[in-house]
Structure formats: structure tokens, C-alpha cells
Design a protein around this ligand. Structure first.
Ligand code: SF4
Length: 446
């Protein structure tokens, strides 16, 4: 049968969709490019924001029309919403056939078979360990130039940040077996993958399952994992997302600095620069600890850069709290920041706090941070003009197909005229000739 999977939400969901697709293909199905060409449609859902849930429910409603036209079609949901609201949705959405929770992706091919045979609705949401069957299944297309892949190293989260629904839907933190992860990375390298993005809700807590911060300065199984993946021939770049600052210790900082394959662009979610707000968010670090990580890495690694997540307008955030965030924004000099205007998420601790920052004030704070970020980016990128960087070529640029684009080790987008025979996944040295706040422009050297 032809299967179409639509993915909402984060990179973990993208990776889970890929793994579901690979298992369905192994079971004899084909992946369709659109829902109209499909016999089976699966929505991989997200619960992080209520809006994401509403979108998926709206989509399910639209799909009803396809079921009327082609009654043999099968409709399923997977991911966070399937885990937390699967039963309710199976009851209320007549044409929904299955709901598979976050730890049961491997069960999808069997579930589809059973629905075809018995025509009954199926729900599956057991909690399992992290090494579920098929977690290492990929669909790599090296012939079409795929050179980069996601690799999930853990499931769930133990942190219970007061605004976040993830621990409730994805369950407690469970780390995968290190040998299994390394074997998966090796197999990806054998299939032409040059860059791996390690994924987890809190990657820095890998292997520490359940150990609360503060973490001893030399206790970092994640560092060991980075070492082992670095040792694989063929893998040239390792990225990871997201690490929680409370799990960043001396050993991890030194490992990142020492291993050349670990990209020198670290995503370090700040959320707020105010210690008072961090406490209300149940984020067990303060601005000083956060800035010490950034300073230590800057001391050890020339040219390293940082990106972050920030929430503005969290309950109780005063102008003074917001100014503390702005100070860190300037001091950390981020190259990128994902800024969110706080909105309560039902079922979380913060949803019980008064949402007391007016919407227009949230908009103002958001706009100010975006303006600060643009200024920082413009000046940081200007400093790169005249320098040469190793760039992983991705393919023709979206805006101008006569040029190619690629990423530096620090995840800067570089645009340059291609050399003859250049392929996606090749490494080239690009000299930067001019820069905008978002993009570097240059030429391949020699
Ligand atoms: S660390 Fe906090 S924000 Fe991240 S997934 Fe866990 S609870 Fe959510």
C-alpha cells in the first residue's frame, strides 16, 4: 500500500517519521508524495503548543473527505498527541483507525496489517525503554545526495520545566545503549552520511537517566558518546540538540573543545536571563552558570558560536527580568535565537500561574529581542569577511540556482559559485567576500 506521513513539530518527530517510513517500506509498503496518492495517511503529531494540536485535529477533519471518496483508506496518528489523547480521538473521530504512542512506532506495520484484516480501531501507547525495535531504521538516499542524518540517542525528559508538556507525553528520560548508537552511526557513515545530528530532549543528560543536577564536573556519558562517534571514519561533522545548561559540566566543555568533528555551533537554550524567572520555570541554573559555559567555550574554541531558545512574557516577567534577558542576549552574542511569546500549555505547572503579561507587551519584548539579534548578526557576520571556512556543500541555492549554498562548521549559511563536478556532501573551502545578517557570500578557494 502507499503511505503518506505528515510530520508536525520538532526534529525528534521528523526522525520518528523517517524510522516509521523505513519500517513500513521493509514491510512491503511504498512512501507516497501526497495524501491523494496514499492508501494510508499517518499524522505524526506534536503537543508542545495547543495550536499544533488544533492543526492536527483540523487536518484529521479535512481527511474525512478522502475517506468518503476512497473508503478503503486507513488513517492513523502517531507522536505526542497520539500518546496523550489517542483514546479520546479514536472515539471522537470516526474515520481514525489507529493511534500509536511515542514508544511504539515499530508496531505500526503490524497494526496496519491487523486493521486491513479485522477492520477494527487500534490504540497502542505502552511505555518502553529507549531501544525500541527499528529505532535505528533509516531511509538514506545517498544517490540523491543525502549526506546528513538525524540520530535519536534518548527518549523522554525528566526536567519538568514548568511551561513544558514534553515529560508528560514523552515519559521519563531513557537513554539508548551506547554500542547501538555507535553501530547506527557507523552504518550511516557506510551509507554516505557525513554529518550526524544527535537528538534528544536533553542530550547532555544522556546516560545519566534520572540523576538530577548539579552533575559532577567529570560525569558526562554524553562526552564519551561524542568521542566514540568522532572516531568513526567517514563522519566529518557531529551536531546535537538540545542540551540543558544544568547538565553542561567541565568534561563536556573540554570534549566539545577537543574534538574537531564536533561542530563549533552550540544550541544552548537560555529561556530567560532572570534568575527569578528561571526559578519559576523550574530551570535549575542561573544566569551566571549559563554565561560561564559560554565564556569557557569561547576561551577554548576560537570562532565558536551559540544559538538559543528564549521565552518572553512568562508569568510574572517584569521589565527588569526582561532587561536581564536582553543583557545575556548581548553578552552571549548569539548567532541565532528562537524567541517564543509565552502562551500557557494546559496540563503544565505554569498554566496555573496568572498569564499576566499583556499580549502587546509580549509582542514588544519579542520585537526588541529580534532587533537586538539582527544587530548582533550583522556585526558578527561583517567580522567574517576576508576569512576562509570549510563549507559542506548542500546544493543549488534556493534564491539563485546558479549558485550553491552550504554550511560552515558554525552553521553559517554560505553562498558561492559552484566548481565543476561539485556534489552535495562535498567539502569546499570558501573565502567570504561579503556578508548580510543572515548569509555569507564568497568563492571557492584554489
Ligand atoms: S528540558 Fe524542559 S523544555 Fe526541554 S523537553 Fe524537558 S521539560 Fe521540556
Amino acid at each position: 500500500m502507499n503511505v503518506y506521513i505528515k510530520t508536525y513539530g520538532c526534529q525528534m518527530n521528523e526522525r520518528d517519521s523517517e524510522s516509521a517510513a523505513a519500517m513500513l517500506v521493509s514491510a512491503g509498503h511504498r512512501i507516497a508524495g501526497t495524501e491523494e496518492e496514499a492508501d494510508i495517511v499517518i499524522l505524526n503529531t506534536c503537543s508542545v503548543r495547543e495550536q499544533a494540536e488544533r492543526k492536527a485535529i483540523g487536518k484529521l477533519g479535512i481527511l474525512k473527505k478522502l475517506k468518503r471518496e476512497r473508503p478503503h483508506m486507513i488513517f492513523g496518528i502517531m507522536g505526542c498527541m497520539a500518546q496523550s489523547r489517542g483514546e479520546e480521538l479514536l472515539k471522537s473521530v470516526e474515520h481514525l483507525d489507529f493511534a500509536v504512542g511515542t514508544d511504539n512506532i515499530h508496531a505500526i506495520p503490524e497494526i496496519v496489517e491487523e486493521i486491513v484484516r479485522k477492520k477494527r480501531k487500534i490504540r497502542c501507547d505502552d511505555r518502553r525503554g529507549a531501544d525500541t525495535p527499528g529505532i535505528d531504521a533509516h531511509r538514506i538516499n545517498a544517490e540523491q545526495g543525502q549526506f546528513s542524518a538525524f540520530l535519536s540517542i534518548s527518549r523522554g525528559c525528566n526536567r519538568y520545566c514548568s511551561y513544558c508538556i514534553v515529560p508528560y507525553v514523552r515519559g521519563p528520560e531513557r537513554s539508548r545503549d551506547m554500542d547501538g548508537i555507535v553501530a547506527e552511526a557507523r552504518s550511516l557513515a557506510d551509507h554516505g552520511i557525513r554529518e550526524i545530528m544527535l537528538l534528544g530532549q536533553n542530550v547532555a543528560a544522556y546516560g545519566l537517566d534520572g540523576v538530577p543536577p548539579p552533575i559532577a564536573e567529570d560525569n558526562s556519558p554524553f562526552s564519551e558518546l561524542l568521542e566514540r562517534i568522532s572516531a568513526i571514519d567517514g563522519i566529518r561533522r557531529i551536531r546535537f540538540t538540545s542540551p540543558h545548561p544544568a547538565f553542561f559540566n567541565r568534561k563536556l566543555i573540554e570534549t566539545i573543545a577537543r574534538l574537531p568533528k564536533v561542530c563549533k555551533c552550540i544550541h544552548l537554550p537560555l529561556q530567560s536571563g532572570s534568575d527569578r524567572i528561571l526559578q519559576r520555570m523550574n530551570r535549575p541554573y542561573d544566569a551566571e552558570h549559563y554565561m560561564n559555559i559560554i565564556r569557557s567555550l569561547r576561551e577554548l574554541v576560537e570562532g565558536i558560536n551559540f544559538s538559543t531558545d528564549i521565552i518572553v512574557g512568562f508569568p510574572g516577567e517584569t521589565e527588569e527580568d526582561f532587561e536581564a534577558t536582553r543583557r545575556i542576549m548581548r553578552e552571549a552574542a548569539y548567532d541565532n535565537a528562537f524567541i517564543f511569546k509565552y502562551s500557557p500549555r494546559r496540563g503544565t505547572v505554569a498554566a496555573k500561574m496568572p498569564d499576566d503579561v499583556p499580549q502587546e507587551e509580549k509582542e514588544r519584548r519579542n520585537a526588541l529581542l529580534l532587533r537586538d539579534l539582527a544587530e548582533i548578526n550583522a556585526s558578527r557576520n561583517r567580522e567574517l569577511v576576508g576569512k576562509t571556512f570549510e563549507v559542506l556543500a548542500e546544493g543549488p541555492s534556493k534564491r539563485n540556482a546558479a549558485r550553491w549554498s552550504g554550511r560552515t562548521d558554525t552553521f553559517k549559511l554560505a553562498v558561492f559559485p559552484p566548481s565543476p563536478g561539485l556534489k552535495p556532501g562535498d567539502f569546499v573551502r570558501v573565502r567570504i567576500e561579503r556578508a548580510t545578517p543572515m548569509t555569507l557570500y564568497g568563492s571557492i578557494e584554489g
